[in-house]
Design a protein around this ligand. Structure first.
Ligand code: GN1
Ligand code: MG
Length: 364
């Protein structure tokens, strides 16, 4: 089935022109689609949901519809534009559901592309980084009253670092592809990090930090910006909105935005934690959440930075060892490069823990 045919199953007004595939995103397949309506070009995002990652795509979509509905109401109450500040999933013309199932059984969805918006895969502008922080902080505030129990757990134990390590240990032991023996240094390093990286989950299990509704994939390219004014618009990619710790969102965001290079740069000597970027994000994020965070939660934010970075290193290395079955890869060894990059970043975070602890105290 062509993307044009997929589009025709959604309630989009106008005439389909063409589409191009976007290569960002490690899970779903994403297309930017152009339509023409009354002489104007209108853009949409069409995505095939990865069924081996999201086993029940209809549950993912139900979460997204409920969450965006909840956020939209608050944006309306503030008198802000719902077209700019919140995602909208289109309904299937026939079923009314927010997805279309093709003849292969694959699930497709369609979002309005926010007019004149842009996302950043990396960012040097500290002002923008601060705005990414406040966008995710605001998102957290919007969802503060949302009933976490009403959400489907679309990927169980998504940020459960203890469980991620269990899978990793199993993969190393079984070594189905004979790859583990070639990456002994990386495995050893991750074993050394295990105890500290799992501490956040232990605090969650012990009920010492609240379980909240979190985004769980807070990369800076999941916030859209107005191309001209630089204003932060909507938070994107709501696939993994699930109960979690605020430290997961803070940590995952810092891991991505404050890396001195891209998360899959194979030149690990380029990897470091950029303290200025750390501070810019922390300032934006924490200033939104000052009145929300509990005392203990505040103390766990930097632990989250370490935990999320190590956890992703574990996930990438596990996937490499198991034969690249989860993340999309662009070349053989891509997951190994990603894992090495995140290991180097974990080390940098570990080494700079005192510095970032001092910085965050300024904002909380
Ligand atoms: C995946 O595909 P994307 O970029 O939205 C992954 C995240 C990782 C990220 C690393 C569902 O997100 O957990 O942090 O890659 N999403 C899922 O780039 O596993
Ligand atoms: Mg995602």
């Amino acid at each position: 089935m062509t993307i044009g045919e997929i589009c025709s199953s959604f309630n989009i007004a106008g005439r389909y022109i063409n589409c191009s595939e976007l290569s960002t995103g490690n899970i779903n397949s994403t297309y930017l689609v152009r339509f023409e309506r009354e002489g104007e070009e209108k853009n949409y995002i069409v995505q095939r949901i990865n069924k081996s990652v999201f086993k029940q795509p209809e549950k993912v979509m139900e979460n997204i519809v409920n969450v965006t509905h909840y956020v939209r109401k608050q944006i309306e109450e503030q008198g802000l534009s719902t077209q700019k500040f919140v995602l909208r999933a289109f309904a299937n013309k026939t079923t009314g559901e927010p997805f279309f199932i093709d003849e292969m059984g694959d699930y497709w969805r369609c979002y309005r592309f926010i007019h004149n918006s842009i996302t950043y895969d990396s960012c040097e502008d500290l002002g923008i980084i601060e705005r990414v922080g406040s966008a995710f902080g605001k998102f957290q505030n919007y969802l503060d009253g949302f009933d976490a129990n009403s959400l489907h757990i679309t990927i169980p134990n998504f940020h459960n670092t203890v469980e991620r390590y269990k899978v990793f240990h199993g993969a190393v032991k079984e070594d189905v592809r004979g790859r583990a023996k070639k990456v002994q240094a990386e495995i050893k390093k991750l074993f050394e990090f295990e105890e500290l990286a799992c501490k956040l989950q232990k605090h969650l299990d012990a009920g010492e930090i609240p379980l909240r509704v979190t985004h769980n994939d807070t990369k800076c390219n999941n916030v859209s910006f107005d191309k001209d004014t630089g204003e932060a618009l909507a938070v994107l990619d709501l696939d993994t909105v699930m109960p979690g710790a605020i430290a997961h969102d803070f940590g995952d965001a810092i891991r991505f935005i404050a890396n001195t290079t891209l998360e899959d740069d194979p030149n690990v000597e380029k990897v470091d934690l950029d303290i200025d970027k750390y501070e810019a994000f922390a300032k934006g994020f924490v200033s939104q959440l000052k009145n929300t965070l509990t005392d203990f939660e505040r103390k766990t934010l930097n632990l989250g930075v370490f935990a999320m970075t190590v956890e992703l290193a574990v996930r990438f290395l596990t996937d490499y060892i198991m034969g690249d079955v989860y993340f999309k890869t662009k070349y053989p060894g891509h997951n190994l490069d990603r894992a090495r990059n995140q290991i180097a970043l974990s080390q940098a975070i570990f080494d700079k823990m005192e510095v970032i602890d001092t910085i965050i105290k300024k904002y909380i």
